[in-house]
Write a protein that binds this ligand. Structure first.
Ligand code: PRP
Length: 214
């Protein structure tokens, strides 16, 4: 009798999820249903392998993993840093590569050098706070936005932004530039702390297998 319990994966919706399923397929883990772009289903099961997958908003992935609703999560390093959950980060998958940066017009460069009190617009207030307060020791006003962050310095809401830069196209097309780099980012595997102990064999095998294909 097979008494294996389901191992549950929380995947951030969107680009990351597709790349993750490509990677999983390479190590023999498949889930046809999740590939169906038109489906409104939220949870997918691979009965044979005793695996479950669900799609969640990126920032919610660490939450599901911390509470054990998912054993394993695949999520961007930006989200891990911003959410600050009690989870283990076990593997850098090497895709979804980009950088967290402080950006703005060239004229804002000196405001960063002379430690002036400036406004920083961002979707990542915790990352921005950590960078300015703990690393740069600069007092700033953080303004939380939910998207299109590049707008903020253009319309005068803030002097700079703390945001993700991938190709740099959005910055370039809006007359902005990278002024300082906060940290590099990419997709990571995170694991629930209890699952890591209770399902250690299955999880370490999965990590070992993933390492052979990344
Ligand atoms: C992200 C990020 C930048 C853009 C960077 O935004 O916030 O705006 O991508 O990419 P690039 O350097 O290749 O131009 P996203 O598309 O996720 O949407 P958002 O503005 O709603 O955050």
């Amino acid at each position: 009798m097979d008494e294996k319990r389901y191992l549950t994966f929380a995947l951030g919706k969107g680009r990351l999820a597709n790349k993750t399923m490509d990677l999983f397929e390479k190590i023999g883990i498949t889930c046809e249903e999740i590939r169906d772009k038109d489906t409104r289903k939220l949870i997918f099961v691979n009965e044979k392998m005793k695996l479950k997958f669900f799609l969640a908003k990126g920032p919610d992935v660490p939450t599901y993993v911390e509470y054990g609703a998912a054993d394993i999560g695949i999520v961007g390093k930006d989200t891990i840093l911003e959410e600050g959950r009690n989870i283990y980060e076990v593997l850098d998958l090497g895709y979804g590569k980009c950088r967290m940066c402080i950006c703005g017009p060239e004229s804002a460069r000196e405001l960063l050098q002379h430690h002036e009190q400036i406004r920083v617009a961002t979707k990542y207030p915790n990352i921005a706070k950590d960078y300015f307060y703990n690393k740069k020791h600069q007092t700033v006003e953080i303004i939380k936005l939910n998207g299109s962050i590049e707008l903020a310095p253009i319309v005068g809401l803030s002097e700079v932004i703390c945001d993700i830069v991938e190709t740099g196209t959005t910055l370039k097309e809006n007359g902005l530039m990278v002024l300082e780099e906060v940290c590099p980012l990419s997709a990571r595997v995170v694991v629930n702390q209890v699952s890591m102990k209770m399902e250690n064999e299955r999880i370490t095998k999965l990590i070992r297998d993933l390492k052979t294909v990344i």
